[in-house]
Design a protein around this ligand. Structure first.
Ligand SMILES: Cc1ncc(COP(=O)(O)O)c(C=O)c1O
Length: 351
């Protein structure tokens, strides 16, 4: 059983839902599938933003957001590996990216960007739930601060490991691009990137050149408006996504968030009791990823024993790779499953 940070465990019935006969992506049946997915995502996340479905991993839409949303200058706020990556995405696409570096393990807060959003800042980007540190920052507060300094600056939020696990308050955030993929809290295989896109971002894109083809939001929007993908989409995965969205609606979104909270609490309490606690700052801890301090635990030996008991968790990542390890508790995993994992971990600690 996978308790990794993504790809995560996929339930057998979800895998089964993806084995329907293939359809072509310019058929009536496809349009219906695409349209249903868009509507269900809007319902679950309580938004009326455009929903773009693009084959690829989430990074493709993070790249698209920056390529379309800024001609030359962005501000990247980072508190870990994936925040650093979004800065790299901007730079490799020819933008000048000003940086705000927040210490790893701490949340990004409005005071960190005081006076940093200039009149010429076209987009501000950050990660909602930093997967390398397990920090969940308050994106609503950050977005408010950005707009107070420059109401015209666009906002892109990487919600890869928070969407569908924690309430990211899409309406209150009022961001221009919110990006995630299938292999995290949607509990599906990897392969589809999803962007919630604002009208402001589409208007801006009209003024920006070098948007590429695959990443051109205006091309994507034109097809999306008639429930088509721009290029050949991963249809089987979309069957799975439609199935998973029904599962989420049936569970109830707030029940789903509560379940993630319960799983996170179990892991945090275990870490406090049995090990050296968790890495992220109190009050800003992720409910989808537990990042635990290793203390003097030999993680590799521990993990190979855990694997022989049938469980897989994740190594530390980036600058804190050697100091931490990570437990993914998102998607369709349950508090009961987490208890089993933790008792298997107890047994190894006792040995
Ligand atoms: C916070 C965050 N952002 C971006 C990514 C990259 O996503 P993908 O591999 O789907 O492109 C990941 C992957 O783990 C992530 O955790």
């Amino acid at each position: 059983m996978l308790y990794t940070v993504g790809p995560v465990h996929v339930e057998p019935d979800t895998l089964q839902s993806m084995t329907k006969p293939m359809i072509t992506h310019r058929s009536k049946e496809y349009k219906e599938l695409h349209g249903n997915i868009v509507e269900k995502i809007r319902k679950v996340l309580n938004t009326d933003m455009d929903v773009f479905l693009v084959g690829g991993s989430a990074t493709i839409m993070l790249e698209a957001g920056i390529r379309n949303g800024a001609a030359s200058k962005t501000l990247g706020i980072t508190n870990g590996s994936f925040g650093n990556r979004s800065i790299e995405l901007g730079e490799l696409n020819g933008k000048t990216v000003e940086k705000v570096q927040v210490p790893w393990g701490e949340a990004m807060k409005p005071e960190h960007i005081a006076g940093k959003v200039g009149k010429d800042t076209e987009m501000v980007h950050w990660v909602s739930n930093e997967s390398s540190t397990g920090v969940f920052s308050d994106s609503v507060a950050l977005a408010k601060e950005v707009r107070a300094q420059n109401p015209d600056a666009l906002i892109q939020v990487d919600a890869v490991t928070s969407a569908f696990a924690m309430d990211i308050k899409v309406k209150d955030m009022d961001a221009d691009s919110i990006v995630f993929g299938t292999q995290k809290a949607l509990a599906l295989p990897p392969g589809l990137a999803i962007m919630l896109c604002s009208e402001r971002l589409l208007e801006k894109a009209k003024t920006v050149s070098n948007r590429g083809f695959y990443t051109d939001l205006l091309k994507i929007k034109k097809q999306s408006d008639v429930n088509y993908a721009l290029t050949t989409p991963p249809v089987s995965l979309m069957y799975g996504l439609d199935y998973q969205l029904d599962r989420i609606l049936k569970e109830g979104v707030s029940n789903r968030y509560d379940r993630h909270q319960q799983m996170a609490d179990l892991v945090r309490n275990w870490a406090d009791e049995k090990l050296a606690g968790v890495f992220p700052e109190q009050g800003y801890r992720s409910n989808s990823i537990g990042v635990l301090n290793r203390g003097d635990l030999d993680f590799d030996a521990f993990h190979s024993k855990l694997k022989s008991k049938g469980y897989e968790i994740s190594n530390g990542y980036g600058d804190v790779k050697e100091k931490t390890f990570r437990i993914g508790h998102m998607g369709d995993t349950t508090p009961a499953g987490i208890k089993q994992l933790l008792s298997a971990m107890d047994e190894i600690m006792e040995e």
